[in-house]
Design a protein around this ligand. Structure first.
Ligand code: GAR
Length: 217
C-alpha cells in the first residue's frame, strides 16, 4: 500500500524536497502526488516542478474567510485523491473543520522538541531560554497549534556560540532526516494513533536512540 500524499508549503520547501527524494525510493510507503502552496511565489513550487511533481496554488489572499480558503484546498486535494497530507513549512492556521476532516491523516514538522516552544521564532526563544538541547518534532495534527501525537523527534545540541541562524541550520538538517523517516513509519502503518499517542509495531529496534527517538532505525 502506498499512500497518495500531498505536501503543503508556504516557502522555500527544503523539507518538501527531502520528502520528495525519499519517496522516490521504490519501497517507500508514500507517493508524493501533489505539492500545494498558499503562496504563488513560494520557492518550493519551482523545486517541486523540477522534481517532476505536480503543483497547485490556492492563494489565501483570494478568499474572504479561512473556511472558504480551506474548502478550496480541500477541493484540490480531493481532485488528486489525496489520502495523507504533510505540512512542511505551511504557515496558515487551518480551520477545525479541515483538521477534523484530515484527522489522523495529516502530519506536521515543527522545529522544536514539542511540547516545548510551540509557535514562531523558535530558535530565538530556545536561545533566550538557555536550554541545552534543541531539536525537531513530527506529529499528527490536532486543532491546537503545534500539538498532537508525536511520531518522532530528533535532538540537536545547542552550542555555546550559537546564533538563531547557526542553530536553525543544524535543526533544519535534522528535520531533513527526521521527516522522511517519520512519514515512512506513519504511512506504512507501523506507527498508529492509540489514545492520542503513537504506538509502533513491527521491527522497532533502535540503534541510534541518542539522536532519534524513532523506532526502526
Ligand atoms: C521548517 O524549519 C519547519 O520546521 C518550520 O518552517 C520551516 C520550513 O522550512 N515549520 C514551522 O515552524 C511550523 N510551525 P522549509 O520550507 O525549508 O521546509
Amino acid at each position: 500500500m502506498t499512500a497518495r500524499t500531498a505536501i503543503l508549503i508556504s516557502g522555500r520547501g527544503s523539507n518538501m524536497s527531502s520528502l520528495i527524494a525519499a519517496a522516490m525510493e521504490p519501497d517507500y510507503p508514500a507517493r508524493i502526488e501533489l505539492v500545494l502552496s498558499n503562496r504563488p511565489d513560494a520557492a518550493g513550487l519551482e523545486r517541486a516542478r523540477a522534481a517532476g511533481i505536480e503543483t497547485a496554488v490556492v492563494d489565501h489572499k483570494a478568499f474572504d474567510s479561512r473556511e472558504d480558503f480551506d474548502a478550496a484546498m480541500q477541493a484540490v486535494l480531493d481532485e488528486h485523491k489525496i489520502e495523507l497530507v504533510c505540512l512542511a513549512g505551511f504557515m496558515r492556521i487551518l480551520t477545525d473543520g479541515f483538521i477534523a476532516h484530515w484527522s489522523d491523516r495529516m502530519i506536521n514538522i515543527h522545529p522544536s522538541l514539542l511540547p516545548s516552544f510551540k509557535g514562531l521564532n523558535t530558535h530565538k526563544r530556545v536561545l533566550d531560554a538557555g536550554v541545552r538541547i534543541a531539536g525537531c518534532t513530527v506529529h499528527v495534527v490536532r486543532p491546537e497549534m503545534d500539538s498532537g501525537p508525536i511520531i518522532g523527534q530528533a535532538a540537536v545540541p545547542v552550542l555555546p556560540d550559537d546564533t538563531e541562524e547557526t542553530l536553525g541550520a543544524r535543526v533544519l538538517e535534522a528535520e531533513h532526516v527526521l521527516y522522511p523517516r517519520a512519514l515512512a513509519l506513519y504511512a506504512s502503518g507501523q506507527g498508529r494513533v492509540v489514545s492520542e499517542r503513537i504506538v509502533f509495531s513491527g521491527n522497532t529496534a533502535s540503534t541510534d536512540s541518542a539522536v532519534f527517538s524513532l523506532p526502526g532505525d
